[in-house]
Design a protein around this ligand. Structure first.
Ligand code: SF4
Length: 399
């Protein structure tokens, strides 16, 4: 019988469970306080520990010099600080860096660091593989393996910041190189909500990474109920993968739309905006040559967001073809014309800059070394057939 997601996640933690030591990277502040209390320690010990782990990025309890020796001895016996280990790293000429992290069982996930003049953004993964099956996504084509544990999500930031600090010679723990985090790598973050929420709390915790809610972005393919849960528990900035202006096309590009059509998604966006740290939603829009990149498509988008009254910005992402994909890169001119059309309608729109081209680092299209365990050949054949259908001109007449 195939394992459930919960069983797969539990299996991933089995190594630490076997030696019965907990991985402290799995706890948010509240969880760590509860764990410390269970061990007879005062709540301020949890805050001290959080600072050592997430600010100083310490992995060795002996470094934690303001903790009593007896507490350090207890920690060594009962706990570990164990992020996923990098198995490959690539550095682009433009400063972009990509890490491939081993998460056990033959699975690996990617994180990408993108430096800009005024910020350093880390794009991290939330699942090994992805079950959402978006037609244009290489991760989707690998199928779903399992949810990442909190330690594996937070561990990507922990490892990347540590490595960048070392390379740039930064010693002050208050000097952060990574100023922004986006959950836009492998996986649908809101399908792994509990672990993602714990990770977000650590990112936002003043004793942890101390990031403001505006600097942490969760990107979703459009899971309506989970958007509401995120709004309640940790309303950070929200990016929504839209990719089509009508249900007919979105149904084909993103199977999630068959369950949560555009109107329901827009209503969830309006609810989210009541608590969001920004007064707009970012819509991601992958531009697929000959599929959704015409001026008429741009006009339909304008009509959609006006009709649905969702203040928004658009981020256009020219599709980057990968093996096993029959979709095309859009013409540069069409992308620019599309962008101009949205801007002329008063919707702030940008075209995502290509970064890390030489290391294949495009976020959301992360090519995989993740082993597919979910009938890959069958899925690929089905997705190819769907792509061919979409490319047929008759579709637009029906759409
Ligand atoms: S685009 Fe995102 S949600 Fe869709 S298959 Fe890829 S990783 Fe999953």
């Amino acid at each position: 019988m195939p394992m459930t997601d919960i069983e797969k996640t539990a299996e991933a933690g089995a190594a630490s469970e076997r030696d019965e030591r907990v991985n402290l990277l799995d706890f948010d502040g509240e969880g760590l306080a509860a764990w410390c209390a269970e061990k007879g320690e005062k709540p301020f010990r949890a805050r001290q520990l959080t600072r050592w782990i997430h600010r100083h990025l310490a992995a060795d309890f002996d470094e934690m010099t303001d903790l009593a020796k007896s507490f350090r001895a207890k920690l060594k016996a009962l706990a570990v600080i164990e992020p996923p280990q990098p198995i490959a790293e690539k550095k682009s000429a433009d400063g972009t860096r990509k890490w491939l992290f081993d998460v056990g069982g033959g699975n690996a996930v990617e994180a990408v660091f993108i430096p800009e003049d005024d910020r350093g953004t880390l794009c991290i993964s939330s699942q090994a593989g992805c079950a959402m099956g978006c037609l244009f996504c290489s991760t989707g084509k690998q199928g779903f393996n399992r949810n990442l544990r909190t330690s594996e999500i937070v561990g990507q930031l922990w490892q990347a910041e540590r490595e960048l600090r070392r390379d740039f010679g930064v010693t002050d723990p208050n000097d952060r190189i990574i100023s922004n985090v986006v959950l836009m790598g492998m996986g649908e973050p809101l399908q792994n909500l509990d672990n993602v929420l714990r990770a977000l709390k650590i990112f936002l915790d003043d004793n942890g990474y101390g990031l403001s809610r505006r600097r942490v972005t969760v990107s979703t393919s459009g899971l309506v109920r989970q958007i509401d849960k995120l709004a309640e528990a940790a309303p950070v900035a929200l990016a929504v993968s839209l990719h089509a202006a009508d249900n007919a096309l979105r149904d084909k590009l993103m199977p999630v739309n068959r369950k949560h059509p555009i109107e329901d998604l827009m209503a969830a966006c309006r609810r989210y905006l009541k608590v969001a740290p920004r007064d707009f939603i970012t819509f991601e829009y992958v531009m697929l040559g000959g599929v959704n990149d015409s001026i008429e498509d741009a006009d339909r988008l304008v009509e959609l967001v006006r009709r649905e009254r969702v203040p928004c910005k658009f981020n256009l992402i020219p599709f980057n073809p990968f093996p096993q994909s029959d979709l095309r890169k859009p013409d540069r001119e069409r992308v620019l014309a599309f962008c101009r059309r949205l801007n002329a309608a008063g919707i702030v729109t940008t075209v995502r800059k290509t970064r890390g081209d030489d290391i294949d680092a495009a976020c959301g299209q992360l090519a995989g070394e993740v082993r597919d365990k979910t009938r890959r050949a069958e899925r690929l054949a089905k997705q190819k057939a769907e792509a061919i259908m979409i490319l047929q001109p008759e579709r637009r007449k029906k759409g």
